[in-house]
Design a protein around this ligand. Structure first.
Ligand SMILES: CC(C)(COP(=O)(O)OP(=O)(O)OC[C@H]1O[C@@H](n2cnc3c(N)ncnc32)[C@H](O)[C@@H]1OP(=O)(O)O)[C@@H](O)C(=O)NCCC(=O)NCCS
Length: 147
């Protein structure tokens, strides 16, 4: 298994991976056009884990020169607890650190067991911040979570 920069051609394999987690929120930003546009802007912070079966893991991040934001950390179920998630996060965190980013954030549903993964990899849960959201374009959710 290797971790390498994500490519536009990875899209079908990534959608298959992301769709295998029912709680995973996929929005209009996960359309092929949205994915390609994100990669164009943030390609140096998007990585795929690949083995002989194809795409087995992913992480995407973007930055605004001030903070970095992590999206779509996912590892194929059969490979959970084998260090792949940590490897993907180490890779993206190094890329953001090398770009001078001071702090990174991520959004996670409060019932997602992956919170424990993040705790073990150096993240802490904030209890001093609420997230507010506003939809500017349509209702283009592709996934199961509508909040
Ligand atoms: C979160 C996820 C990427 C972790 O991937 P992984 O390859 O299993 O993680 P690792 O094997 O690198 O685990 C690193 C550490 O976290 C621990 N860990 C991983 N998942 C855990 C869980 N659900 N509960 C508790 N600890 C967990 C591992 O045991 C390991 O601990 P150790 O260093 O003490 O041995 C994977 O569970 C996943 O794809 N989940 C579904 C998608 C998802 O919800 N992503 C987050 C979106 S915000």
């Amino acid at each position: 298994m290797i971790v390498r920069p994500m490519q536009p051609e990875d899209y079908p394999g990534l959608v298959e991976l992301w769709s295998s987690f029912p709680g995973n929120a996929m929005t209009g930003a996960d359309s092929e056009a949205g994915f390609t546009s994100f990669l164009k802007r943030n390609g140096s912070y998007c990585f795929a884990a690949v083995d002989s079966d194809g795409i087995v893991g992913s992480v995407m991040a973007g930055e605004d020169s001030r903070r970095g934001y992590i999206y779509h950390l996912s590892v194929k179920k059969e490979l959970h607890r084998s260090g792949t998630g940590r490897l993907l996060m180490d890779t993206v965190e190094k890329a953001l650190y090398d770009a001078g980013i001071e702090k990174i954030h991520l959004f996670i549903f409060s019932d997602n067991p992956a919170i424990e993964f993040y705790r073990k990899t150096g993240w802490h849960l904030r209890n001093d911040i609420e997230v507010m959201s506003k939809v500017l374009r349509g209702d283009r959710y592709m996934g199961t979570r509508k909040t």
